[in-house]
Design a protein around this ligand. Structure first.
Ligand code: PHE
Length: 337
């Protein structure tokens, strides 16, 4: 092989090796610099080729010289491009790979209690009821007296009621044990016709278990007008049950006692073959009507109190009422809507 032939094949070989070496370098600045020195440096492999060039016949130099120059240009350019590319990938702040999957941002959801309260209130809303809210701190007068609950009634016992130390003008305060005090507050401030539902938190001083919480919700309902009868109470509550549980839901009333209604009932729904109580209700007691200044011979009304957590437990197969308060995301995130 002549010198010319061997230098031509060396040029080809050098090109291949140099490019494949460069391709393997991804980050390390030292390695990149070593590559540059070993190929393009003053004593590098291209310089050696130049030295061999000096030893070949002049005619051949015109053929080989430009090839070496081309190779030098190509290696220089590829080196600069490669380095820029690596820097781009390294620079995380400026580099955005829009082919990567997006970050999953979690957003908050409504609490299951909020969801069931809204659903129940909406059912009553569609029957013409407005929605009001009351205060969680009540006075003895509204929580008990105006509701015809006598002072020796067991519900007033300290075992059932969380009394507050604070009292104003001799009135004792408590965390309301039910939403029924709003019946009296609404009637004092409005004239019939009245149709309202009042969702809210209630408190009782009692031990918790799977079906009892000391802190829970109720939805109070009240309708007062001329000629309101028991059949309207029944029709309204049966319709609510069908809206919430489905159009073929079986419902039953049984006699029950609450001092502020007469007659009083509880309502159960047939669920998984068992009758489960979900609310108390009745016709507003004449003493309650006259207590707020209404004339019981002029107007009548019905009232009810629903436990929304109980309704949600049935609908969503929740075994333990305490789940509503322990803030476990594994529970709460099942109610995304
Ligand atoms: N306040 C009653 C309770 O807490 C429920 C109820 C409300 C009953 C309205 C009758 C009428 O159990």
């Amino acid at each position: 092989m002549t010198n010319t032939e061997s230098i031509l094949s060396e040029i080809d070989e050098l090109k291949q090796i140099a490019l494949s070496d460069l391709d393997k370098l991804h980050a390390d600045d030292d390695q990149l610099e070593n590559w540059r020195i070993s190929y393009l440096g003053r004593n590098g492999k291209l310089s050696s080729l130049m030295k061999i060039l000096a030893t070949i016949p002049n005619d051949d130099k015109r053929l080989v010289g430009p090839k070496i120059n081309d190779l030098k240009d190509q290696l220089n350019k590829t080196f600069v491009d490669h380095k820029n590319n690596i820097n781009k990938i390294e620079d995380k702040s400026g580099y955005f790979d829009n082919s990567l999957p997006g970050l999953n941002l979690s957003s908050g959801n409504y609490h299951p209690t909020t969801l069931i309260i809204r659903e129940i209130c909406q059912a009553f809303g569609s029957m013409g009821f407005e929605i009001l809210e009351g205060k969680e701190i009540e006075t003895e007068k509204y929580n008990f007296d105006l509701l015809n609950i006598p002072s020796d009634h067991p519900a007033r016992d300290q075992w059932d009621t969380i009394w507050l130390n604070a009292s104003t003008e001799g009135e004792k305060h408590l965390l309301r044990t039910h939403t029924s005090p709003m019946q009296a507050r609404i009637m004092e401030n409005k004239n019939p016709p009245i149709r309202v539902v009042v969702p809210g938190k209630c408190y009782r001083y009692e031990a918790t278990d799977a079906t009892h919480e000391w802190e829970f919700h109720q939805i109070e309902g009240l309708a007062v007008d001329k000629d309101i009868s028991f059949s309207e109470l029944k029709g309204t509550l049966f319709e609510m049950a069908r809206k919430i549980f489905g159009s073929d839901q079986k419902v039953r009333f049984r006699c029950d006692f609450f001092p502020f209604v007469e007659p009083g009932v509880d309502m159960s729904i047939l669920w998984d073959g068992k009758w489960i109580e979900i609310l108390g209700a009745g016709m507003v007691h004449p003493k309650v009507l006259s207590g707020v200044g209404y004339d019981p011979s002029e107007v009548s009304g019905f009232a009810f109190g629903i436990g929304p957590e109980r309704v949600s437990m049935l609908k969503n197969k929740i075994k333990d009422i305490r789940n509503f308060h322990i803030n476990d995301l594994r529970f709460l995130s099942q109610f995304v809507r």
